[in-house]
Ligand binder design. Structure first.
Ligand SMILES: Cc1cc2nc3c(=O)[nH]c(=O)nc-3n(C[C@H](O)[C@H](O)[C@H](O)COP(=O)(O)OP(=O)(O)OC[C@H]3O[C@@H](n4cnc5c(N)ncnc54)[C@H](O)[C@@H]3O)c2cc1C
Length: 447
């Protein structure tokens, strides 16, 4: 198995615009630092309003988390709805769920409107319960979906599941609609070309090394802007102390050759493709690509909280072995590429989107878990820095502040280590946190 991101392999058949590194000093209305789904989504807002926009990206657009992801577009990014209901109550959970749903809508509409070729597939979501706990999680998810007013879900017991998924060993499942799969790197590179056609200047292989007031400096030049959106991953402390609020969860992806018609029929006997994940804390997930390859992801408790990328294949081999135990008819399927990826996140798995009070021209978008969340957050942050998101601000801001209530302070990481702090607070947020207080948060609370 080769350690190589499959989505990068797919780039070889395409020709996107070449965006050489910045080598001079320029000025613009808005600078976006970071060309993942968050930064690109923010860029759209500004371009639509006629601002001159520059985007700098240290890799290629989509080259980090976004373009390493499995391309599931589902509102369920790490947090199931029942976990949100326990934490925030029914009304707030609905409000929170709505944000990634808006993000999905934003991405899918843009792909369709602009004919972006990125393997867009409508794939229902199927959450699979393992053992008694998983069965309970499915029941709980159904009850919570009903309580917030959703009607598109359907639950399956072990034997009913066999009609839609040729798997063994899952005790229950819940399925819902409105979710999609994409090749995220082709999607973002496609968006890049369109935004360039609409006047955006993009500089790839261009890392922001420091920021002073309204100017961001790179290795070869600088950009001075009225407003700056920082939508980077792995934020460096030299840029902002907010770096201390961001943690990483490591997951691994793998991909096969295209499945045969027989294998496809056995995998999804009901004829409808789905994107699936199971109920383990470190869960496994799979879906088909546009050309019928199986994408399989997962991790291990040991490597999830490691601060750096682990490039060995032992973890993904174990994920593949367990997958094949559920799908014995795929036992001879060859997985030919794998790649690791570190997902940035906050301690409670919701984003941090803040404007430093002393620097109202700066807006940070950090710790985004999920492409739909990124699409929503970019748009929210852009409208917020323009002072246009008043309604959304009131509604959503208490969830995004870095001063919201977390189980443990970020400073504790200096004593027990960041991975230990993250594993404790992540588990707490997912499984135990109740009644998260929506305390009023004012801009003065930040930093
Ligand atoms: C292996 C893996 C699988 C995943 N699967 C899914 C999935 O199926 N569905 C889903 O919804 N989510 C998934 N995720 C999570 C999802 O990819 C992220 O939550 C999302 O992409 C975050 O988008 P972003 O734009 O905030 O961050 P990023 O995509 O990481 O974008 C930030 C960008 O900033 C750039 N950058 C960083 N520092 C600098 C600097 N100093 N100067 C200039 N540029 C800089 C980076 O190169 C990067 O391109 C997965 C993540 C991984 C790693």
């Amino acid at each position: 198995m080769i350690n190589q991101n499959w989505w990068f392999t797919t780039l070889l058949t395409k020709q996107f615009k070449y965006c050489p590194p910045l080598n001079r000093s320029i000025k613009c209305d808005v600078l976006i630092v970071g060309g993942g789904m968050s930064g690109m989504s923010a860029a759209v807002e500004f371009l639509q309003k006629g601002f001159s926009v520059v985007l700098i990206e240290k890799n290629i657009v989509g080259g980090s988390s976004s373009g390493r992801s499995a391309g599931f577009l589902t509102p369920d990014s790490e947090l199931e709805l029942h976990q949100l209901v326990r934490r925030y109550g029914t009304d707030a959970a609905r409000e929170i769920w709505e944000m990634p749903c808006r993000g999905i809508d934003r991405v899918v509409q843009a792909i369709k409107k602009n004919d972006v070729e990125c393997g867009l597939l409508e794939q229902d979501s199927l959450f699979l319960g393992l053992g008694k706990g998983g069965k309970e999680a499915v029941v709980s998810e159904r009850e919570c979906r009903e309580s917030v007013g959703f009607t598109d879900q359907r639950t399956y017991d072990e034997s009913e599941l066999k009609g839609i998924l040729g798997a063994e060993g899952f005790t229950a499942g819940i399925r819902y609609t409105g979710t999609y799969g994409i090749n995220p790197l082709l999607c973002l590179q496609g968006f890049k070309d369109i935004l360039i056609d609409h006047g955006m200047q993009v500089f790839e292989s261009t890392e922001m090394v420091r920021i002073e007031d309204h100017t961001a400096y790179t290795h070869g030049g600088s950009v001075t802007a009225d407003r700056i959106i920082i939508a980077v991953d792995k934020l460096d402390r030299s840029v902002s102390p907010l770096a201390g609020e961001i943690f990483h969860a490591q997951t691994f992806m793998s991909v096969t050759e295209p499945l045969t018609d027989r294998e496809l029929g056995l995998l999804f006997p009901g004829g409808k493709q789905m994107q699936c994940w199971d109920s383990k804390l470190v869960y496994s997930y799979f879906r088909l690509t546009g050309d019928n390859r199986l994408l399989l992801g997962g991790g291990s408790a040991l490597t999830t909280f490691l601060p750096g990328a682990y490039n060995g294949h032992s973890v993904i081999r174990k994920v593949i072995k367990e997958f094949k135990e559920h799908f014995p008819f795929l036992r001879d399927l060859n997985f030919n590429q794998f790649w690791p990826g570190l997902i940035d996140t906050s301690r409670d798995l919701l984003p941090i989107i803040v404007k430093p009070p002393a620097q109202p021209h700066l807006q940070f978008i950090l710790g985004i878990v999920g492409l739909p969340w990124a699409a929503f957050s970019g748009s929210f942050a852009a409208r917020n820095i323009l002072g246009e998101a008043a309604e959304d601000y009131e509604k959503y801001y208490p969830y995004f502040s870095n001063r919201r209530h977390f189980a443990l302070p970020s400073g504790l990481g200096k004593i027990i280590g960041k991975p230990a702090l993250f594993s404790l607070t992540n588990s707490w947020a997912k499984f135990w946190q109740v009644d998260a207080k929506r305390k009023p948060v004012s801009m003065k609370d930040e930093f």
